[in-house]
Design a protein around this ligand. Structure first.
Ligand code: ADP
Ligand code: MG
Ligand code: MG
Length: 193
């Protein structure tokens, strides 16, 4: 995936999050404040508007800065800062090995910034396992990523707004885990096509 392809994939997330707004809103209504759909839609509409080109590193960095300034809520700084950090590792041509490296950084950044571990029912439960999925299966298939999000259903949230719901957070997919599926899938598609 060169810089042009990366930009295409990131711009493509505008359409994805336009389509998935109501799904993410519904999840965040169950165990949050109901704004995750709007947050992600606003974020990737801004990326589509404002991120115009440059090297892979520049595209990732601009994407991160744009997400930080356009997404309100916990997910903005987590995704935003992660894209900025991933830019450090990106090669001019991102192959599967390089993407796996970037996903490890994504995971580490969310862990550090969110002070989160696996099993706390957050986006981290998808992000932290994605590099292994890529290495083990050679790609990032939607069904494999979706399974990681489904796995958050049975978890009890201990981070973010969902933590206020305690036991009642059980039975719903974490909204951030679901949005992470779409972001990581788009990056994987760029490498495989
Ligand atoms: P807010 O909760 O501020 O309204 P969003 O609804 O946009 O923000 O994002 C909520 C998502 O952010 C959650 O579903 C969860 O995946 C993620 N999240 C919240 N807090 C943390 C944290 N400390 N670490 C990792 N992810 C978190
Ligand atoms: Mg919310
Ligand atoms: Mg909010």
């Amino acid at each position: 995936m060169n810089a042009d392809k990366l930009l295409t994939q990131l711009h493509g997330l505008k359409t994805v999050f336009d389509d998935k707004e109501s799904e993410l809103t519904a999840l965040d209504r169950e165990i949050g404040d109901g704004d995750h759909g709007v947050n992600m839609k606003r974020g990737f509409n801004a990326v589509d508007d404002k991120v115009a080109g440059g090297s892979t590193k520049e595209v990732l960095k601009q994407t991160g800065m744009t997400l930080m300034s356009s997404i309100g809520g916990a997910s903005g700084p987590l995704y935003g800062f992660s894209f900025v950090k991933m830019s450090d590792a990106a090669n001019d041509e991102i192959d599967a090995d390089n993407l796996a490296e970037m996903l490890e950084i994504f995971s580490k950044t969310v862990a550090d910034k969110g002070k989160v571990e696996g099993g706390e029912k957050t986006m981290y439960d998808v992000i932290s396992k994605s590099a292994d999925v890529l290495r083990e299966t050679g790609g990032l298939k939607m069904e494999d990523l979706q399974q990681l999000a489904e796995d958050t259903k049975d978890m009890i949230a201990t981070k973010g707004r969902a933590a206020y719901f305690k036991e009642k957070s059980k039975g719903t997919i974490d909204p951030g885990a679901q949005s992470a599926v779409y972001i990581i899938h788009a990056l994987g598609e760029g490498v495989n096509n």
